[in-house]
Design a protein around this ligand. Structure first.
Ligand code: PHE
Ligand code: FE
Length: 289
């Protein structure tokens, strides 16, 4: 079998992605190899889970909370096949193991066919609070619960299809900002107040509180064009959060042909993380619509 090469990591990073790419399939999926996890790794997963469950309490959106029992088993790192039974029934999504970060085309191809890549390795003990690359805990705890929601499940598949299209239109940088500000760092307005659905926040110890209560970040009503114009930082808390009204509204706003939007955006200057722009509609911290 032909082996997958490690992906090129974006940005200034010169660190090689962690993970065993030599034993991956050409589409970058691999075996979870569950029996190879050590007791220490199972224990670390349990502690990460227990801590994060307390932090997301009252802060994560109801769709996320409702699906948590499917991944929050207290025996340690779940077998992906076990997660896939209820997940497949709920929305037809499946979790597949990957060695770590994978190239965009393979990533979007998996999403387009309702397969979500989850990194098979867990962070080390000295990375308990913060890990640079996405690991099993971020991918599984942060992303997978939302895939149980039918509307969000459809959004993620559309994202995969849109990614493959954006590649041909040389618009991947624009689309990656939309991913960042929704799938990774999105907030949703609910009758109970602002709630989190972004995986990057939900798997972070500190940002779950910061994003909802700190007076520092700029929280604005979601607009796809505004999000795609906004650069982002990967090594600090976010300075701008986009707030959606509902997952239906998010799906509708993005279920249009982005081709003309990409053309418009290519001629507009990008905005810095945290920059305020004319037309921004601020969402107060204590918002409850
Ligand atoms: N509608 C987008 C396009 O035409 C695809 C897309 C859907 C992108 C949902 C992101 C999220 O390219
Ligand atoms: Fe992620």
């Amino acid at each position: 079998m032909q082996h997958a090469d490690p992906p090129v990591v974006y940005g200034e990073s010169h660190i090689q992605p962690r993970g065993d790419y030599a034993s991956a399939n050409p589409d970058y999926t691999c075996e979870q190899n569950w029996q190879a996890y050590t007791p220490a790794e199972h224990d670390r997963y349990r502690r990460l889970l227990a801590r994060q469950l307390q932090h997301v309490h009252g802060r994560a959106c109801p769709e996320f909370v409702e699906a948590l029992p499917h991944i929050a088993i207290d025996t340690g790192i779940p077998r992906f096949e076990r997660v896939n039974e209820p997940l497949g029934k709920a929305t037809g999504w499946q979790v597949v193991a990957v060695p770590g970060l994978i190239p965009e085309r393979e990533f979007f191809t998996l999403l387009a066919t309702r397969r979500f890549p989850v990194t098979r390795w867990l962070r080390n003990e000295d990375e308990f609070d913060y890990v640079v690359e996405p690991d099993l805990f971020h991918d599984l705890f942060g992303h997978v619960p939302m895939l149980f929601d039918p509307v969000f499940a459809g959004y993620m598949q559309a994202f995969g299809q849109g990614g493959l299209k954006a590649e041909g239109l040389h618009a991947l940088e624009l689309l990656s900002r939309l991913y960042w500000y929704t799938v990774e760092f999105g907030l949703v307005d609910t009758a109970e107040g602002l709630r989190i659905y972004g995986a990057g926040i939900l798997s972070s110890v500190g940002e779950v509180d910061h994003c909802l209560t700190s007076p520092e970040p700029w929280r604005i009503v979601f607009d796809a064009q505004r999000a795609m114009r906004t650069r982002y930082k990967i090594d600090t808390y976010q300075e701008t959060y986009f707030v959606i009204r509902s997952f239906d509204a998010l799906f509708k706003a993005t279920n249009v042909d982005f081709t003309p939007l990409y053309d418009t955006l290519r001629d507009l200057p990008s905005l810095a993380a945290g920059e305020h722009a004319p037309g921004d509609v601020q969402v107060p911290v204590a918002s409850s619509a």
